[in-house]
Design a protein around this ligand. Sequence first.
Ligand SMILES: [Mn+2]
Length: 548
Amino acid sequence: MKTLVIGHRNPDMDSICSAIGYAEFKRATGMDGVIAARCGNTNQRIDFALNKFGLEAPVFFADVYPRIEDVMQRNVVSIHRDAPVYQAMTRFGEDKFRGLPVVDDARNCIGLLSAFKLGKYLFPPIENLSSSRIVEASIAHIREAIRGMLITGREDAVIRPRTLVVAAMLTDSFKKRLEQLDIPSTVLIVGDRWNIQELSILAGVPAIIITNNFSPPDKILALAQEHGTTLLSSPHDTATTTLLARAAVTAGQMLSPDFACLSADATLRQTRNDLAMTSQFAFPVLGPQGRMQGIISKSDLLRPAPRQLILVDHNELTQAVAGAEELPIVEILDHHRIGVAPTQQPILFMNRPVGSTSTIVADCFRMARIPIPKPVAGLLMCGMISDTLNLTSPTTTAVDREIMQELSKICGVKPGDLANEIFSVGSPLLTLSTKEVITADCKEYDERGVLFSVSQIEEISFSQFEKQRSALLEELEKYRLSHGYFFATLLITDVNTQNSVLLVRGNESFTRLIDFPEDGLHAWRLDGIVSRKKQLLPYLTETLARMA
Ligand SMILES: [Mn+2]
């Protein structure tokens, strides 16, 4: 069982850092198979934080939909097309499939060998009994199938129709029988009836199986060698030998060539629907190159995927990795509003109104009295600094301040220094296109049917902004029109001075009500305002209300 600790879509610093930190915590408490995961790209600031503390980015998952490869059997028992089917029969009991895939030299699946079809072949319906004497096989395969030994002669390796003839009759009757036989295809099965064998050798029968391990007298042996007759011995009686000899037929002749294959990356949900009505017993699973990677039975499709989730920094499925609804969610750690979907089982759900999820993770270590590894402590500081703008955002609590102090002591890095480093790398205005600046961290809101968007970026000064002011205003208007928003805003926050500039494009009936000091066309100065959810959003909704 793998447990993915994963943050929300469009992951921010806190999402990444808390996932890494909590995965570490779960491992420290003895949980196996825990991995930190992410469902979106990191940005330059996150990469900087990971680099600084020498930690790897969480493993990327575009989605977590359970797939065929999660539940298929990987060590496939298959049978080569030229192998006798008795090899397959010995394996039907060992695996739970009612058949086996038949492969060619390149191990590509060319058909399925069904136990049901094989049973019908070995015990044919009464109207087909005469055909049951013909077996298309080589002498070598017949010897293998009866677990016999070569006494003398050449083992014909050519696969062709052979007529199994049992000589359980008087010599005179057998003489008449011989006249009706197609001699070149005959394989005679007989016990210690040496006169019958002599007659057959003289008639040119190419192969004789002597049952019950009887040894032929020297006279018969010499006669066989003289006429080029192959003599085999079987450890079984005549009835058993005849039955086993029929299983010398090759898998290639018995396979069903019409079969469905599945692709390893197909989702279980879709496959269950697709296969509901088919009667095929097993499905070869093909990888990207069409090679067989595994096999799956219909009952495998009902098995749960060996994966479960721990959500950090979000609790609403709309924000979670695609496919989260199909896996068990076993824990949630968060600091946002509660919008969690009902769960099947009781789970650990820790939601605390603190500045960051990284704060909660650090507190888990503290409560369990588990020392936090230095790099993890540093990374958790990064998550906290990013979410709380180094403890200055109105979302900051006393718990955050206390925990930041402790983490700082553990890793020997001052929060102020770390904050400066984080915010001075990867300035969105320096590293992103104007379009990306608006979409990087953009949230859409629906206030009683009025749609608008609020984007936010953090910078360490407004100097870059001044250079791009007009381009940003133009792009913001394009963005608004393309999404049909009533208005679109971009909040540019200077994390050093704790001031922001707000750009707004939209209907003038709304923008003329904005009563912050103007800062040029379509722009306002918002001194002391840094939080989108706690400060800006309430102002915007209140302004909308004033319009009415
Ligand atoms: Mn957060």
